[in-house]
Design a protein around this ligand. Structure first.
Ligand SMILES: [Zn+2]
Length: 229
């Protein structure tokens, strides 16, 4: 739960905690942007046939961080979901990977945000090499009649997503399978994938007014100044 900043002293404490947490994890926040997404009211969730909320929205937080061991900046996206009830109270529905409301009820612009979110979130933690990514290894299902996002029983009797990259190679999957081009074994490391500037610019354009730097500016400065500063 986010702490409410009520005065300068509390603000300092909150910032201090965040800075310490960043130091411990080796992360450096380069900049943050926010996108407010109003959601169409969902299907009736109550017996009287009315929607539970009179307003329903997401605050999507787009953070750009510099981790010590990465070749470039890393994008991290999460959202806090809110609903305003008929009695005027606002419910905080939690923070995290709240992408379902966009998938289920988003319009064109919101679906584009979802697409960028799913494609570029945590670009410093890629299980596949560039060739495996280009070959869509993580889009291949174990069971073709179900989506890859389904949680299923694997042929080796383990449970997981319906993705061949989650199934060890000895059971017919792609986990630990070598890339035909470079030999990298899928899932053996976390690899960095550079984010195109156009992607950052598109996210900047979707965001509210910048509090500090835009994503493009922060990424540029990070690349120019070097990662050791
Ligand atoms: Zn490769």
């Amino acid at each position: 739960m986010r702490k409410e900043i009520v005065d300068a002293k509390t603000a300092k404490t909150v910032l201090g905690e965040a800075a310490r947490a960043a130091q411990v994890s080796g992360d450096r926040m380069l900049t943050k942007r926010y996108i407010h997404v109003s959601l169409p009211l969902g299907e009736a969730k109550q017996q009287d046939g009315r929607s539970r909320y009179i307003r329903h929205w997401l605050v999507v937080e787009i953070g750009l961080t510099g981790r010590n061991n990465l070749e470039g900046p890393e994008l991290s996206i999460c959202a806090t979901e809110y609903g305003k009830l008929r009695n005027g109270r606002t419910e905080d529905l939690g923070t995290g990977q709240h992408r379902e409301p966009l998938r289920e009820r988003g319009g064109t612009a919101q679906l584009r945000l979802l697409e960028l979110w799913e494609r570029w979130h945590l670009n410093g933690l890629r299980a596949g090499c560039e060739h495996q990514r280009a070959g869509g290894w993580d889009k291949r299902p174990i069971y073709p009649d179900k989506p890859t996002s389904a949680y299923v029983r694997h042929p080796d009797r383990s449970n997981g997503w319906n993705m061949l990259t989650w199934l060890p190679v000895e059971h017919g999957g792609l986990l630990s399978a070598p890339c035909p081009t470079c030999g990298y074994k899928y899932g053996s490391q976390w690899l960095y994938e550079a984010i195109p500037t156009e992607v950052l610019a598109e996210l900047d354009a979707m965001s509210g007014p910048p509090e500090a730097k835009t994503l493009v500016q922060a990424a540029d400065q990070y690349q120019q100044k070097g990662r050791t500063q």
